[in-house]
Structure formats: C-alpha cells, structure tokens
Design a binder for this molecule. Sequence first.
Ligand code: NBP
Length: 484
Amino acid sequence: MTKSADIGLIGLAVMGENLVLNMESKGFTVAVYNRTVEKVDKFIHGRGAGKNFIGAHSIEELVASLERPRKVMLLVKAGQAVDDFIEQIIPHLEPGDIIIDGGNSYFVDTIRRAKYVESKGFLYIGTGVSGGEIGALHGPSMMPGGSVEAWPAVKNIFQSIAAKVDDGTPCCDWVGSDGAGHFVKMVHNGIEYGDMQIIGEAYQVMRDLLGMSADEMHEVFKKWNTEELDSYLIEITADIMAYKDEDGKPMVDKILDTAGQKGTGKWTGTAALDLGIPLTLIGESVFARFLSAQKDMRVEASKVISGPKPTFTGDKVQLLDDLKMALYGAKIISYAQGYNLFMAAAKEYDWKLNYGDIALMWRGGCIIRSAFLGDIKKAFDTNPELPHLLLDGFFKQKVEGAQDGWRRVCAAALINGIPAPALTSALCYLDGFRSEWLPANLLQAQRDYFGAHTYERIDKPRGQFFHTNWTGEGGDTVSTAYNS
Ligand code: NBP
C-alpha cells in the first residue's frame, strides 16, 4: 500500500522547508511540492533524506497523496502566486478539503479568497506564521483564521509544531473568520516595525549623543534584556552589537543605512487610516524606513543643511536609564495603539477576537516575543472588555512611571538634532490621549469659516450642528455634516 500524508505543502523556500521539517519531527508525514520541481528532489535527497516525506512532482500527485480531509498548505510569495495555486489545486479537491495559506498575505485578499474557496464547497485557512526560519523549524507563533469548520482538522498539527510558553500552552489558537488570522499577523509585523524603530532610535542616541562604542552598547542591551525590556529583538540587538567583521571592527558599522520592507508595515498603516485609528508609532516607523531609503538625497542634504552638533554634558548613567524608560513607555503605546486597531477591525469585520489569547500567541516563537506580552494577557484576563490598554491599572501606572525619563530623552534628541520620530510621536500620543481638551475646536472653526462644514457646541447636546457666518459675506447654506 502506498504511504499517505497528513498534510501537503507547496513552496520549498526558507519558510516551507523549515516548517515541514518541524512537522515531520513531530510525527507527521508531509507531502511536498514546489513550482520549480527540481527543488523537490533536492529537498528529498538533502535535508529531507531518510525522513517521512513524500516528494510530489505535480499538484495532482501532491493532492492524491493526502489523507482526507486533504490539507494543502501554501508557503509561497504573497500575491498572485497564491491565487494561481488556489486555481490549480481546486480541480483536485473534494468537499471538506482544506486550502491553507501560511504566507504573509494581505488580509483583504484572504477575506476574498476564503469566500471564493468556500463558494466552491471547500474550506480555507489564512494563517500568520512568525519566527523566521528558526521559528519555522523549532516552533513558530501561528495565527490561523478562516473557515472555522477546518480548525479541528488542522488543530493538532498546528499546535504540535507551534512554540510553547512556559506552562506548555501552544502559541497558536483559532483567531476568527476569513481574514482575521492574517490581520493579526499583519499587526504583529507592524508592531515588529515599531519595536525595531524605537530600538534604532535608542541606538542613535547612544552612538551620536553619548558617543558609545558597539561593545558598550552590547553591554547595555544585554542588561536591558534582563529587565522590563526582556525580548527577542533586544536580545538580538545585543548580539549584533558584539558581532565583528573579518577586520575585527563591528559588523553593524559596515551595513548601509537604508532599510528594506516587504509591505506588512505599510498595510498596517493603511488599515489604521481606513479604520480611523491613530496608529502613530507604527506609521512613523514605516515613514522612517522610507526616509532611510532616500540615501542619496540625505547625503546631499547633510552637506547643505546645518543643525546642532550633538553634545552631552549630563549624567550618562541617568540618560541610559531614561532611554530604557523611553523604550518601555513607547512600547506600551505601540501595543495600546495596535490593540485599538484590533478593536476597530473586530467591529468592522465582525470578528470575535480574543485579545488576551493574541498576546499569548505572540508570547513565544515570534519576532516580537517579550516578557511584556504576559502583562497584556493579564490585562485582558482581568477585564475582557478593556476598551484601551492605557486604561488598564498596570499599564497606566507603567507609562506614568516611564514618562519623566522618556520626556528627558525626547527633549535631548530634539535639542541635539537626533531624529527620534517614533519615541517622540508616541509621547505626543500619550499626551493627546490623556488630554480632556484638544485644539480641535479651533480646527472646527476653521473648517466652518472656509467651507461651512459646521461644528458642535459645548453648551448644546452632541449631534446638533451649527454654522457661523464668520465674514458676514457667507450665507446660511451649510455643507453636509458627515465624517469620512
Ligand atoms: P519567498 O517569499 O521567497 O517565496 C518563495 C516561494 O514562492 C518558492 O516556492 C517559489 O517558487 C514561490 N514562488 C515565487 Br517567489 N513566485 C511564484 C509564482 N509566481 N508562482 C508560484 N510560486 C512562486 O519564500 P519564504 O521567504 O519562504 O516565504 C514564504 C511566505 O512566508 C511568504 O509569503 C513570506 O512573506 C512569508 N514569511 C516569510 C518569513 C521569512 O522570514 N522569510 C517569515 C514569515 C512569513 P520557485 O522555487 O519556483 O521560485
């Protein structure tokens, strides 16, 4: 009798290869296929040699080798390739079979694909997979969403291969319908952009203002990783600071200062704009990458526009402690904004997101894993209806405690001409969020002055709109009062 596989995977690149090796190591038989078919044989005779894999040379062969309900997982380049493979797989499926997209697909595409595949009588899962190649091999964080009837069929495989937190809970649980899994993964990536940006800003303050060497910074990041900022990204930053090139000089200094991006940060920003959520820290992080990419223009500008020369005369130990508080405070803002976005998306797309479980899914395996996520889980366990993370007692107290040092860092960066867009905008958000009054009354007056857009009054019930003939030349006709 020919052997059959528990799951099939298309896409033997970095993520696919490592994920199937992880599945096989947990006792599953995996059938594998790749567009460039030679890569199948290379894998079967290479990293997959002597293991429980079935190498398929066509989609038909792949699907035929699977136990029912068939589970076909795609780990290919996001975009058209996913649609193309769905079209190729569908003719070989039977009702109840499942297509899984494990790539970084845009959640709007996943909503569309889930509807399409379900309309053909099959089931669809869009799952975020985070942790890079090491995570894929040893235990990623997984965020599945889509056709809920498909979950029992894949739950055991997904939860077996996922990372586990200390008590053994897998960093993988059902997120919600259609695009919910990919939405959560997208926000995860956005938060990753934000965490990396604030660490980069701290690095620039240490380097340019405090004049610290890479070895000195290594020590600081290593220490921070044992305190409030304990996280994977702080840990790898400490490692990077210590890494030397062949000539013995710090490797980090040899790398060109232009950042790449594959779009998930931009998508998170776009979703925030669409849903009307002030996601300022992630937005600034995406823009900071764009600015870094304008290298030639920056080099030109650096020759013609002058600014302050960074000079520091204060207490270095104090500023380092302030910097840690700035990172901690900004990180709280970043997650608070991300969760604010989740809540708006849940309402818009009718998802029942479990906010505490999302924090738990990110607690291990993924790039943004940190001790801090345990506190977010606790906040939502205490109050599942918490409207905003900053209104939780623990986080309120932590931002209050962090803000003095955080303000000193922002002031020092601004005075010394060191760009810190994420750290400073996060502080502005905090100040805006805790403000009973913001100057939007003037803004409404301006809108009404030039465009008869009307305003509400503090001495009248909400929902009543007024117009003033500011110049004496306008009429009584007003513009329609609506918000877009
Ligand atoms: P890539 O994103 O580099 O994709 C490589 C795979 O896509 C190969 O199997 C390749 O086939 C296939 N492919 C491409 Br490229 N264009 C195709 C097309 N037009 N039609 C069909 N197949 C096509 O691989 P990856 O880095 O392993 O990532 C896989 C997915 O996982 C992506 O969505 C990625 O965003 C996501 N992801 C990546 C990471 C990471 O750390 N790399 C982490 C988390 C998620 P070929 O061999 O024939 O060229």
